[in-house]
Write a protein that binds this ligand. Structure first.
Ligand code: UN1
Length: 489
């Protein structure tokens, strides 16, 4: 068994112990094993971190974009060099598999590389002027001090896709990661320190949820980016908006996969299984609803059940394991309660559905991959409420229109997948499905750094993330009406 890693905060270029109450992260596969521990930051450290970020904000904003990008590119190299070790730590602390953990670390490196190179791309636009002797330039400037609040489920990739553009476009950062899974936050800050990021430009505070409030209420805050639960996101977004601070919040999802009668069923079954159960369903983009054409439903559900039952559930650091635990006891309990409620409301269990009752799987925070079919024509909570675990709710649709209608039925609109080989149907789905991300013949999760990421409807608030959307959020424009002297006659 490895020893616990000491947790520290990174403020103004120094690693310091906190002065708050203890913070301990556990291995969710073996809850008696401590992964990392230390003391939380308290109000005094929030103050120091904000002051440090304010003190260097003009200097960092004035640093040429190329030089800021060079720091990010060096950080990408450091992250990549540690992919195996940090991926294993991620698996031990969060519960996703070792392969996924390593993949996530490499994804963080890819994101840093993308934004690192952005310093050498365009920095604005030039427009013609209706007046002779004038050009109109639209230039970009950083917001200033940005608060970054990140969730447990992608403890390095989500921070990367917020922090890399924030820094690339000249902002300084005060970052509060989820305290349930804090270790990879230390690793990312270490990578940036090793890459030569100047002191104060990034400040990391490990603390309780209430620290998010302290950051958003701080008078020096110039922007806030958040990913996490809908309830916390709405609270922080409204606090930020109330103070006139630009805010970006990525929140819940209840993402449907639609399998039409003409789909490649083998491909669809594999992708739906991966979308629903990879990372133990703990992605805001995970597939949590399946809408299957009535005529192929029996065959498709049998194929899906067979694949699901073949999944190896266990300690995610074991390379043969495909599904790890959920993050902690309260997550396990709320997911199992959601399954029990669905069953008592009349859902049929296709597979899974009951807690593990002995051995390692009962001791760790494991939830079996579960598929529940709703009774015909009835609406259940499991169709609408995000459980953030390995639970897939199924309904059958008699027509394509009904399938699209069921997919749009809900307050969220993050991602959707549609499985069909009919181009006409695929194109219809682009028009009909009210989502931020649509996958045609691939699972609902997954996101590339060069294109916008975020949801429609209640899944997101404010500008989207990644690609050019990140520049839109992390900068504001200055429109310059530029003239020289009197133009020649
Ligand atoms: C992915 O689909 O690979 O919190 C990333 C989340 C999302 C990230 C999803 N913001 O799960």
């Amino acid at each position: 068994m490895s020893t616990a890693v000491p947790l520290q905060h990174y403020i103004d270029g120094n690693w310091i112990p906190g002065s708050g109450s203890p913070v301990i992260s556990y291995n969710p596969a073996h809850p008696d094993e401590v992964v990392a521990e230390g003391l939380q930051a308290s109000a005094a450290e929030v103050e120091q971190a904000m002051a440090a970020a304010v003190a260097v904000k003009h200097q960092w904003a004035r640093t040429p974009a190329h030089d800021r990008g060079a720091v990010l590119l060096r950080a990408a190299v450091v992250i990549e060099q540690h992919a195996e070790a940090w991926g294993l730590e991620l698996a031990r602390e969060e519960g996703k598999t070792r392969t996924e953990g390593q993949g996530e670390v490499l994804r963080a490196a890819q994101i840093f590389r993308y934004y690192g190179n952005d310093g050498d791309r365009g920095a604005g636009q030039i427009y013609a002027s209706p007046r002779r002797g004038e050009k109109i330039l639209v230039t970009r400037k950083p917001l200033g001090v940005v608060g970054v609040v990140t969730p447990f489920n992608f403890p390095i990739a989500i921070p990367a896709w917020k922090i890399a553009p924030a820094l690339a476009y000249g902002n300084t950062v005060v970052w509060k990661p989820a305290s349930t899974v804090p270790l990879l936050a230390l690793r990312l800050a270490q990578a940036l320190e090793a890459a030569g990021l100047p002191a104060g430009v990034l400040n990391l505070l490990i603390g309780p949820g209430s620290m998010g409030n302290a950051i958003v209420e701080h008078p020096a805050l110039d922007g806030l980016t958040f990913t996490g639960s809908t309830s916390v996101g709405r609270r922080l977004a409204s606090a930020a908006a109330g103070r006139g601070v630009p805010v970006q919040a990525e929140m819940g999802g209840k993402n449907p996969a639609i399998v039409l009668a003409d789909a490649d069923l083998e491909l669809a079954a594999e992708q739906v299984m991966l979308g629903a159960f990879r990372s133990t369903g703990q992605k805001c983009t995970a597939t949590s609803r399946l809408i299957v054409a009535e005529s192929i439903a029996e065959d498709f559900l049998a194929m899906l059940k067979e694949r699901t039952d073949a999944l190896v559930v266990g300690d995610p650091t074991d390379p043969t394991v495909q599904i790890g635990p959920v993050v902690n006891e309260s997550a396990r309990k709320s997911i199992l309660d959601g399954i029990a409620a669905a069953r008592s409301q009349g859902a049929t269990v296709v597979t899974g559905g009951a807690a593990y009752d002995d051995g390692d799987l009962a001791n760790g925070y494991f939830v079996p991959p579960t598929i529940l079919e709703l009774p015909p024509g009835r609406d259940l909570d499991v169709w609408r409420e995000e459980l953030f675990g390995p639970v897939l709710a199924v309904r059958r649709a008699a027509t394509v229109d009904q399938a699209f209608g069921l997919a749009n039925d809900g307050e969220y609109g993050l991602s959707a997948a549609v499985f069909t080989q009919d181009l006409t149907r695929a194109l219809e789905s682009v028009d009909e499905l009210d989502v931020g991300i649509l996958h045609v013949n691939s699972e609902t999760a997954g996101a590339d750094p060069h294109v916008p990421f975020g949801g429609a409807k209640k899944s997101g608030y404010g500008p989207k993330e990644q690609g050019s959307a990140a520049k839109d959020f992390f900068t504001h424009t200055t429109t310059v009406y530029l003239r020289g002297g009197t133009p020649a006659a």
